[in-house]
Design a protein around this ligand. Structure first.
Ligand SMILES: C[S@@+](CC[C@H](N)C(=O)[O-])C[C@H]1O[C@@H](n2cnc3c(N)ncnc32)[C@H](O)[C@@H]1O
Length: 368
């Protein structure tokens, strides 16, 4: 069983400089030894970082309330209403959502088929353990395209009518790292090479056609030399594929990120890529591959455009506090959350306060 650092060294020795996206892919997803493969307890106070899920069950419960509203607008096909989650990690969010639906919307809950899209057999096993109380209600697909195949095999349909969603999935996709060469007025890509055993950054010479224009032309005269941004073709591809599968319903993602306008902030000359380990943030992205999380802000404008190009309508692009507050208001008015206890109030504050998870987190909802 090779550790990610050994696999990456081997690949660089064999084929030369690799893109940072490839480095990140191997560091996070090397079978059995990558960061997300080998470590189950990375999310939460005892892990490396917190997510809205690890704050407590309220996040999943509010999502469940919203999903019940959305599913209520959809026809039940073959007795089933699918909710598809990707990036489920240890299955905690799925358990929170299904637990709430079973307790508060039992009839609807009986119709729901909860599907987790999970390429990794290891993580699927963790999810099965967490979801032991929901046997028969949850099934797994190893990739999005399996949903299409599965449904068209059982019915004369190409696609899925329901909800496809993720929390902190897109920020975990590999990103390319680009730098601005102010002298030549062109972008280059940062690649990863080896100096002895140590990983180091090298500039990848752009091909004759160069890199595509990554910023509006008016910025090219003012961007400082070395200004860094990331792009994630993998995140865009995933969203496009999900959009293509959805025949009717909602495609939702929650994550930290920004729009095109916010991307070129003067405060972010070094980009948004970060490493996380035991709640410490580090800029040393090449250190200890497989031992630390690597993550970058999601470019929501690119994701939004990908969905719209696939025929989806953008219903909401807002902050997490706006999204959750609207749901909570409806839930309280409808008496579903008539008694919000002190624990839930604390969770809500953590999910929405700008000093916790309220500042950077955005929500994109598209529909067909
Ligand atoms: C930052 S964690 C988020 C976990 C959980 N959703 C939460 O909010 O606590 C990202 C998860 O996405 C998973 N992931 C990455 N690429 C994926 C893909 N193509 N399909 C499904 N899951 C993926 C990672 O393995 C990891 O478990």
């Amino acid at each position: 069983m090779k550790m990610p650092a050994a696999v990456i060294r081997e690949e660089i020795r064999k084929s030369g400089v690799i893109s940072f996206a490839r480095f990140m892919e191997l560091a996070l997803y090397c079978p059995e030894t990558g960061y997300y493969e080998a470590k189950k307890d990375i999310v939460g106070r005892r892990g490396d970082f917190i997510t809205s899920v690890s704050v407590g069950s309220l996040f999943g419960e509010l999502l469940a309330f919203q999903f019940a509203e959305w599913l209520g607008e959809l026809p039940v096909v073959d007795g089933r209403l699918p909710i598809v989650e990707a990036g489920a990690h240890d299955g905690r969010l799925a358990a929170d959502i299904m637990g709430w639906l079973r307790a508060h919307r039992p009839e609807l809950s009986n119709q729901i088929q909860y599907v987790i899209v999970e390429p990794s057999p290891t993580r699927q096993h963790w999810q099965e353990e967490t979801l032991a109380g929901f046997v028969g209600k949850v099934s797994w697909a190893s990739q999005l395209s399996d949903l299409k195949n599965r449904q068209s095999a059982t019915a004369n349909r190409q696609s899925l009518s329901g909800i496809i969603f993720s929390n902190e999935l897109l920020d975990a996709f590999p990103v390319h790292r680009h730098g601005w060469d102010a002298g030549n007025k062109s972008w280059f890509e940062w690649g990863v090479a080896l100096e002895g055993e140590i990983f180091c950054w090298v500039k990848i010479q752009p091909s004759a056609s160069g890199l595509p224009r990554l910023c509006p032309p008016e910025l090219e005269n003012v961007l400082p030399d070395g200004y860094t941004i990331e792009t994630s073709p993998a995140a865009g591809d995933w969203w496009r594929e999900a959009a293509a599968i959805l025949s009717r319903g909602k495609l939702l993602t929650i994550d930290y990120g920004h729009s095109d306008e916010e991307m070129f902030s003067p405060a972010r000359t070094h980009g948004t890529l970060r490493a996380y380990r035991q709640h410490h943030v580090s800029d040393d992205l090449l250190a200890n591959p497989g031992e630390q999380d690597l993550t970058a802000h999601v470019n929501f404008s690119a994701i939004q455009k990908a969905g719209e190009a696939a025929g989806l309508r953008t219903e909401q692009f807002c902050t997490q506090p706006q999204f959750l507050t609207r749901i909570l208001q409806r839930a309280v008015t409808g008496k579903t959350f008539a008694s919000v206890d002190a624990k839930q109030v604390r969770q809500f504050q953590t999910l929405t306060h700008p000093e916790h998870l309220g500042r950077a987190f955005r929500v994109l909802v598209q529909s067909r």
